[in-house]
Write a protein that binds this ligand. Structure first.
Ligand SMILES: Cc1cc2nc3c(=O)[nH]c(=O)nc-3n(C[C@H](O)[C@H](O)[C@H](O)COP(=O)(O)O)c2cc1C
Length: 541
């Protein structure tokens, strides 16, 4: 068996890399995991901070609702509090991440089995899992949405199961609610037809197996962790694609009590058997679609062992209302897929960008397609249809805009719709859309529909009426010199041409700022007319 050599970072090295780049906040103050920890990190998503100001939070002194203090620290936002953090984990600048994914999927690398693994430095099983302060009850698992959630819930998971027919393992990020020191309820659902692990569950049921072996891994090396939420074709072993990302095999070790291989450098592994006969109510839990998921039956798991590193850190994802760590992870991975689909698969020239709207709508409902000005109308509509129907659960509302509209600024989008779209000509609704990921409705099977809006310019418009960029920048320097409060420029913050503008007007504006307005007055006086109705258009020649 191979020696445990490794050339890719584990979570500890990743945290050190984040610290070195100023992307990690270490909190030494005692923080209650049940009522304070997630709300504290939430403030950096709802407190008016720019995305670039968000950081990972490492909590060194975790306490709970019963006043207990835990030895293990908790980290939130370590993989994707913002794009810079995701980029550190992927070992690539943002614009190279898609390439890295493409290569890893095309050239997966099989994992390497090792005998000794840090994730098994400490092993708890049998009676050590029973009772208060033992097993799961010894782990500082936070409550994500205090006031709504009914249990501390594992969120930053890589849940491993094996296909009983092919022997291929699956690894997905699924939440699991704590129910007792040795019992969890896992939810494997979010995929059309059911998640990868759920397919294995059905196969075990079909064979008459009363249980399904399962390993819930916390704190994988980032290359492995990123595979949890990634939507790969069913039947693909995510550990091999993680090897493709790392450019080398991922070390795996045989779990202690179930027949599964787990990442050797993980922080914690919760091994157990999922009941395939009985289901148990799980939730309420704040979901990534931004509403609270209400109680539903899901899969109970009896814990057979908990193994961990001596210095284990527990990761937790901030999800629920977007923006969140969960929406950042998905946005960085999904947007390039859409752009590639419109440009390469559909061959639509003129598409510049596809943006999945993040705040509150959570990526899946509203899609912005940025089109080059002057793109033929038929191509704009092909782009709108293409974006709306690429994925069954994305693009309920698709809006085409031009490049001067910031797709992350909802005010700018409404501005484009208000001035550049004529609803009778530029809006369409299309029937028959599935409901997609969202709060469950009372009527099962109720269909949704699609709204498409062409809010691009249909011709030239006069300039945006703000001072030209050079004047705004000069004023910004003056603002700073005067020591006025710090600025956060909001696009658009300067005027620019939208096509309907003449060089003569540039010259006149130039004379005006030089104090030579009277020259303009003499020129306009020379153009005086009789018998013309006020507001009649005039163009200098
Ligand atoms: C933070 C986070 C939490 C998630 N929670 C769940 C969940 O509880 N259940 C689920 O089925 N999918 C969940 N997902 C989505 C799955 O991870 C995603 O569908 C993934 O493709 C599942 O892997 P699979 O394709 O192998 O099933 C979550 C994703 C993220 C980023």
């Amino acid at each position: 068996m191979a020696e445990p050599v490794r050339g890719y970072p584990d979570l500890h090295e990743h945290l050190a890399a984040l610290a070195a780049q100023g992307l990690l906040r270490v909190i030494d103050h005692p923080v209650d995991k049940d009522s304070e920890l997630h709300p504290l990190v939430r403030w950096q998503f709802v407190g008016g901070l720019a995305e670039s100001e968000r950081k990972a939070f490492l909590f060194k002194r975790v306490v709970d609702g019963r006043g207990r203090e835990y030895a293990m620290p908790v980290v939130v936002g370590a993989l994707a509090a913002n794009r810079a953090i995701y980029s550190v984990g992927m070992g690539a600048p943002l614009d190279k991440i898609q390439e890295k994914w493409d290569r890893a999927i095309a050239q997966p690398i099989k994992p390497r089995e090792v005998a000794d693994a840090v994730c098994q430095q400490v092993v708890h099983s049998g009676a050590e899992l029973q009772g208060e302060g033992k097993g799961l009850d010894a782990l500082p698992i936070p409550i994500s949405t205090p006031g709504f959630d009914s249990a501390p819930t594992l969120t930053a998971t890589n849940v491993i199961t094996r296909d009983p027919e092919t022997g291929v393992q699956n690894m997905g990020t699924y939440r699991a609610a704590l129910k007792a020191s040795d019992r969890l309820v896992v939810r494997m659902a979010t995929r059309v037809g059911g998640a990868g692990g759920y397919q294995h569950y059905l196969k075990h049921q079909g064979r008459g197996d009363k249980t399904m072996p399962c390993a819930i891994v916390l704190g994988c090396p980032p290359y492995v962790a990123f595979l949890g939420p990634q939507k790969l074709p069913l039947g693909v072993d995510e550990m091999e694609v993680a090897g493709g990302l790392a450019g080398m095999p991922i070390n795996v070790v045989r779990a202690k009590t179930v027949d599964l291989f787990v990442p050797a450098e993980a922080e914690i592994v919760i091994e157990g058997l999922i009941d395939t006969e009985w289901v148990e109510p799980e939730a309420p839990f704040g979901e990534s679609h931004g509403h609270v998921a209400l109680e539903e039956f899901n899969m109970p798991m009896r814990v057979t062992a908990i193994t961990h590193r001596r210095d284990a850190v527990i990761p937790s994802y901030l999800s629920q209302v977007a923006p969140s760590e969960s929406s950042v992870i998905k946005r960085v991975a999904y947007e390039p897929l859409f752009l590639d689909h419109l440009r390469r698969a559909l061959g639509i020239r003129g598409v510049k960008r596809v943006s999945l709207h993040e705040p509150l709508t959570g990526l899946l409902r509203v899609t912005l397609v940025t089109m080059e000005k002057g793109t033929p109308r038929t191509e704009i509509w092909r782009a709108l249809y293409g974006a709306a129907f690429f994925k069954g659960d994305c693009g309920k509302i698709c809006i085409a805009v031009n490049e001067d509209i910031d797709p992350d600024n909802a005010d700018a989008i409404l501005w484009a719709m208000a001035y550049r779209a004529n609803p009778v000509e530029d809006v369409q609704t299309v029937a028959h859309r599935g409901q997609g990921h969202g709060p469950k409705r009372e009527r099962e099977g109720e269909e949704d529909s699609t709204l498409l809006v062409d809010a691009t310019m249909k011709g030239d418009l006069p300039p945006l009426a703000l001072p030209k960029r050079e004047y705004m920048e000069r004023a910004q320097r003056l603002w700073e010199k005067l020591g006025l409060p710090g600025l956060r420029p909001q696009s658009p913050w300067h005027g620019y041409s939208l096509g309907d503008w003449l060089p003569q007007w540039d010259e006149a504006a130039q004379r005006a700022v030089q104090g030579r307005y009277a020259e303009n007055g003499r020129a306009s006086e020379a153009q005086r007319r009789k018998g013309v109705k006020p507001e009649t258009k005039y163009r200098p020649v």
